[in-house]
Ligand binder design. Structure first.
Ligand SMILES: Cc1ncc(COP(=O)(O)O)c(C=O)c1O
Length: 436
């Protein structure tokens, strides 16, 4: 029996055609074997509405197109990647390899090995001034997974979560997957992508359950000032909202900025915050898949129960690598941070020298989000078309801002070499000149 499948226009219904050879009840005779018949039964087997919510990631689509072009020998400069172009430090690799050799390859507790939960709790206390117990820490398969668990245990259908746009698009998809509704507050480059608390206040409705804070931000590179964090905390307390704080880029800060965890602003806000972080960006460990969340105990327990049924533990020996990462002195990744800061200066200088392009200087993470709206509306109507034009004509991969609800912008990751930054931005400048 052979099956062929295709998506019907009214996606997400999957049309499944079942072809049954040698069946005599058919209307169609096979030409090369006249004694044989086939017939097709077309049934409509539906997928869940939830599956229909998911779209392929445009960032991955662009990076894979750029990679395919590179594989064909085309010299593409890619600003797509959301990961440090540095190697994971040796001592972390050694710890994981030693763990494999020592047979540390079995299931562990779902929420992580006690040693790692303790190391995370210690990190939060020393670096962030947050006193979580190890039981309040849940280690997951990347911070993306930690955000997912958070949405799943917090949201009921119809619950709203305030997102500050431009935002990392995964948040909106994960909110929807949990039945929730993203409520978007827009910011602009003029305000350095820092939200106006009045706007945040106006976005609160009786259905608002949480507000998500991502500082330093992907894709804007903005770092929220203490005053803004205080205002957000005050709103959360006044309206009984959870705060979901994604601090994955906390170590990548420039111009002497110091990271502030919103949960550190007082006991009350600590009790209403889920703090999320991980090893991916701080220790160049994106492929290892270690993220973690710390939360009030009932939330942490719910996340642990949830994870029990979905993934169980993050990979056993990888957790040993994460313990080694968290034991590294803060200075160990300083060279990477310093290099990112130099690249930030370089890309900011080159992009803002292009006529019509505006952007604030990013204060953290490794993304530049120039406003390219001056180049839209003539031949190319949207940032999506502009990104496609730059890839085809200039052989430069960028991510359209619309992906992050930041239309009129492009996101450029500067987790790439200085020479590529120079070459890529020069190509962009040339290509933009042609459509100006
Ligand atoms: C803002 C933000 N949060 C979380 C993540 C996920 O990181 P992880 O690799 O730990 O899943 C990313 C990855 O790009 C991110 O940009």
């Amino acid at each position: 029996m052979r099956y062929s499948a295709g998506l019907s226009p009214d996606f997400p219904h999957l049309v499944l055609t079942r072809r049954i050879p040698d069946c005599h009840k058919t209307s169609k005779k096979s030409a090369d074997a006249p004694h044989r018949y086939t017939f097709s039964v077309v049934t409509t087997l539906s997928l869940s509405a939830r599956a229909g919510l998911l779209k392929p990631s445009p960032t991955l689509a662009i990076t894979s197109k750029a990679k395919a072009m590179q594989a064909e020998g085309i010299d593409v400069v890619s600003f797509g990647a959301g990961e440090p172009d540095f190697n994971t430090p040796e001592s972390i690799c050694d710890a994981a390899i030693d763990a494999i050799r020592a047979g540390f390859t079995k299931y562990t507790p779902s929420a992580g090995i006690p040693e790692l939960r303790k190391a995370v709790a210690n990190k939060f206390e020393v670096e962030n001034g947050l006193k979580y117990t190890p039981e309040q820490v849940i280690v997951s398969c990347g911070a993306k997974h930690s955000v997912y668990n958070t949405m799943q245990v917090l949201l009921d259908p119809g619950d709203e979560v305030i997102l500050i746009a431009p935002y990392w698009m995964t948040y909106a998809d994960q909110i929807r997957l949990a039945g929730g509704v993203p409520k978007v507050v827009y910011t602009t480059s003029d305000s350095g992508f820092v939200p106006d608390p009045e706007q945040l206040k106006e976005a609160i409705t009786p259905n608002t359950k949480a507000i998500l804070v991502n500082s330093p931000s992907n894709p804007t590179g903005a770092v929220l000032p203490r005053e803004t964090l205080k205002q957000i905390a005050a709103l959360a307390l006044r309206h009984s909202l959870w705060v979901i704080a994604d601090e994955i880029y906390e170590h990548l800060l420039y111009d002497g900025e110091k990271h502030i965890s919103i949960a550190s602003l007082g006991k009350e806000i600590f009790d209403q915050t889920i703090t999320i972080n991980g090893c991916s960006k701080s220790y160049a460990m994106t492929g290892w898949r270690i993220g973690y969340a710390a939360a009030p105990l009932p939330i942490a327990k719910a996340m642990s129960n949830f994870q029990d049924q979905v993934t169980s533990n993050p990979t056993s020996f990888v957790q040993k690598g994460a313990v080694a990462a968290l034991k590294l002195p803060a200075s160990s990744m300083e060279a990477m941070r310093v290099e990112f800061e130099a690249r930030r200066d370089l890309i900011h200088g080159l992009l803002t020298a292009i006529p019509g392009i505006k952007m604030p200087k990013p204060k953290g993470a490794f993304y530049a989000l120039p406003d390219v709206s001056a180049y839209l509306g003539k031949g190319l109507a949207t940032d999506l078309e502009l990104a496609a034009y730059l890839l085809d004509e200039a052989k430069v991969a960028t991510v359209p801002g619309s992906v992050f609800e930041g239309s009129g912008h492009l996101r450029l990751s500067y987790a790439t070499s200085r020479s590529d930054i120079e070459k890529g931005v020069a190509r962009i400048a040339e290509a933009l000149k042609r459509i100006a």
